[in-house]
Design a protein around this ligand. Structure first.
Ligand code: FMN
Length: 324
């Protein structure tokens, strides 16, 4: 699926990455946002990036999405908040964060110093709160885009905006009007018809769609007859959800014309290629950052050869090339 290349208004200078060679272009566009390569890191799995600077060459990343912020500080859910499961993990962090003002004061200065687009993930309790947060971030140095987390399964009412098409369109349109940077809607897989929600995000003016957030799940200690997570239910992530995420990217690609960022169980270059071919223009690495913090670097090392294997000289050539 070929899409026009447009320069973002406030995404900063495009980093010409050392992964970019004359023979192969890793550059991609997410609507108005241009990235040096399609490998981003997912919200909640990479802290605020500073924690990772000794492990990862941050300048090589296509983009960074820090932990979701909320209008006010949140202490998050009762422990246990993470549980390992077969081929995945369950989490019910509950959007533990210090709030938007602390983010702007303490984390944004560092993030804005990085030569990489930073897409700030926000979550409001209501549509109006989302819009207020988008307006607060508008024009701030270092904010290349905003990802609307309308899909967190771990806060009360957190998924409502992402499960109701009218609310989804309203919140996206409101945020789009409130800020000049690209707006990305992050969708939940926990719906009956993802295409309806994706179309609503597109109708609201989303520049791109991120899919997927975690799948609602549970873990149980049968001897104590207790749920293992303090919040009872949590979000399943990791390789266990990759087939679900691929299916959803495929369905969204058939429903909308805006770019998709594929997320879900991506851990190596083969996973990345699967998502690109299925219809994603870029990907986010999530849970893999926990057990293999340099996964993104290995993927970037290997991506040009994987594209070459298909005879492609750019990422864009393979996007959506699946032949069902
Ligand atoms: C511990 C943990 C915390 C997360 N926190 C957030 C968050 O704050 N905001 C968000 O949009 N997604 C959050 N996610 C979801 C991930 O960004 C990603 O969408 C999901 O985990 C699926 O990708 P993965 O299988 O590669 O991890 C979190 C995931 C995990 C495992």
């Amino acid at each position: 699926m070929q899409r026009p290349v447009q320069l973002g208004r406030t995404c900063g200078e495009l980093t010409v990455s050392k992964d970019q060679t004359d023979s192969c272009s890793l550059e991609v566009s997410l609507g108005r946002l241009r990235l040096a390569n399609p490998v981003l890191v997912g919200s909640g799995t990479f802290g605020y990036a500073r924690e990772m600077e000794h492990l990862v060459d941050l300048a090589r990343l296509g983009g960074i999405i820090p932990k979701t912020i909320t209008a006010e500080p949140r202490i998050g859910n009762t422990p246990w908040r993470t549980i390992e499961t077969a081929a995945g993990m369950l989490n019910s962090i509950g959007l533990d964060n210090d709030g938007i003002e602390a983010f702007v004061q303490h984390h944004l200065p560092y993030l804005s110093s990085l030569p990489v687009p930073v897409i700030v993930s926000i979550a409001g309790r209501t549509s109006d709160e989302f819009v207020e947060m988008a307006a607060r971030l508008d024009g701030l140095k270092g904010v290349a885009g905003i990802e609307l987390n309308i899909s967190c399964p771990n806060v009360s009412g957190g998924v409502d905006l992402g499960t109701d098409p009218q609310m989804c369109e309203k919140v996206v349109a409101g945020c789009r009007a409130a800020c000049g940077v690209p707006v990305i809607a992050k969708l939940t897989p926990n719906v009956t018809d993802i295409q309806v929600i994706a179309r609503a995000a597109e109708a609201g003016g989303a520049d791109a769609i991120s899919a997927i957030n975690t799948c609602l799940g549970m873990a149980v200690d049968w001897r104590r007859a207790r749920p293992l997570l303090g919040n009872v239910m949590g979000g399943l992530s990791g390789p266990a959800i990759k087939p679900i995420a691929l299916r959803i990217v495929y369905q969204i690609a058939a429903a909308v014309d805006i770019p998709i960022i594929g997320i879900g169980g991506i851990a190596n270059v083969d996973d990345v290629m699967e998502f690109l071919v299925t219809g994603a223009t870029a990907v986010q690495i999530g849970t893999a950052n926990f057990y293999n913090p340099t996964a993104t670097m290995t993927i970037l090392d290997q991506l040009p050869d994987a594209l070459d294997e298909l005879g492609a000289t750019s990422v864009q050539e393979v996007v959506g090339s699946l032949r069902p």
